[in-house]
Write a protein that binds this ligand. Sequence first.
Ligand SMILES: [Zn+2]
Length: 511
Amino acid sequence: MRGLLLLAGMFLAACQAVGSLTPPPTFTAQAPSTLTPTIVEPTATTGPTSTPQLIPGGEYTVRLHPDGPLFIGDRVSIEVISPGEDELQEKNVQIRIEGPVSADLGSSAFTEFGIGGRVQATFNWVWDTSNLEPGEHQIQFAVQPEGPEWVETVYLHPAKDVPSPEPVAKWEKVQLDCCKVHYITGTDFAHDLPDLMEIIQRQADDSVQRMGVEFEQRVIITILPRVLGHGGFAGNEIYISYTDDNYAGNDLSQVLHHEMIHILDRQSGGELRPSLFVEGLAVYLSDGHFKQEPILARVSALYDLDQYLPLRELADSFYTSQHEIGYLEGAALVQFMVNRYGWQAFDDFYRDIYPHPSEKQSLAIDQALQKHFDLTFEQLESNFVNEIQKQKINPDMSEDVILSVTYYDAVRRYQRLLDPSAYFLTAWLPDGEQMRQRGIVADYLRRPSSPENQMIEELLVDIDQQIRQGNYGEAAKELWLVENKLNQVEVEVLIGAALPGGVQQQIRFFD
Ligand SMILES: [Zn+2]
């Protein structure tokens, strides 16, 4: 099947990386496959309850896209998520639509998906519902060669009920000196566009000035009208979230600047650019990660709080280390080296790093440090730690930095539990160019909107504002509310998984 490129090998800007240290919870039920409730469940007021038939025998989880209820006219994508990694060995999934309008939707092998490498079979825009009738439809799944087979029922709502700004929403573009910006009509970005054009151009001009390198071509920017990951992605192109109620707290200028530095950095070459320095450079040249901040002083605060991550370990597992701390330390290290050795010497070193036979980035860095500065990585770190210990910090900064870390951990936990398409390790990020060619907007427009989603997102938006305004007590109080709510959700999910049929969620899908 022709794939939408899910943009795996990108930097995620304010981006990529991995989040908290605890693994995502398992949503899969013990017995047959489950449909994720927030995705296929018809709402009580608009459709009947979904009552899938089951043929027991698997632990596969099925997710449908776009998120939320489905409507006639949707081109539906399907993820069949494996409980383990055995499926990578020559297994595949076949899908059929059963009923009066039966159709073979083909098969897909299990592969690793997203930055997290989740094992799944992925069917991209495989089910065109344009000519179907509203109501229940059966999808038959068969894992080959040994099973299991099962049937899931999904409810298609009438096309007239599709939420705004669909069905009239469509892709538009605007061209600036720096960039070609693709966005969807009827979104917050479209509304704010007149004010944003100058901001985008200014970030591009500043990025060029800070890096001392021109863009080789206009930068392609796709605006995401929902939160995905931490709100920014960059490979050859940039994807960036813009929405009035961005619960990941990004500000457009900051994240755009970060991503533009990634593009210029990539253009500038280097055989192995270690992640510690790739992200460190983007944060350093943007004067902060999610906001402008005194980088060295904030790392000093982290050090005093005993949150400092040793550089060798950080270099070798950058994207699985604590995200905010890793990015700040990378930026502080770049700043320290530029201050001590000058930009040119730093850049010569950074562009002259080569893979080490061990594949450890720390050892590759160590080799290049010895060649350029006659230092081992340990010696560099020792000098770096001496420098950050000299930084002046105040109690406010310690509160701010630790609350920021806690806040983004809560954002990622929320995504894993209640907005899984947005969780950066396995984000559903279809290729923008293919979506534009096919005229598809729903994958980016729709998102979970249950009362729980709305309540937690509102709190997260507010917490970000409170931290930015220095209202740390209020931020801490609201963070506690979010964690409390997420604890409840997690317990419900785990009970649901442990006791099939024991909670309402299971009854809905297994009766
Ligand atoms: Zn980045």
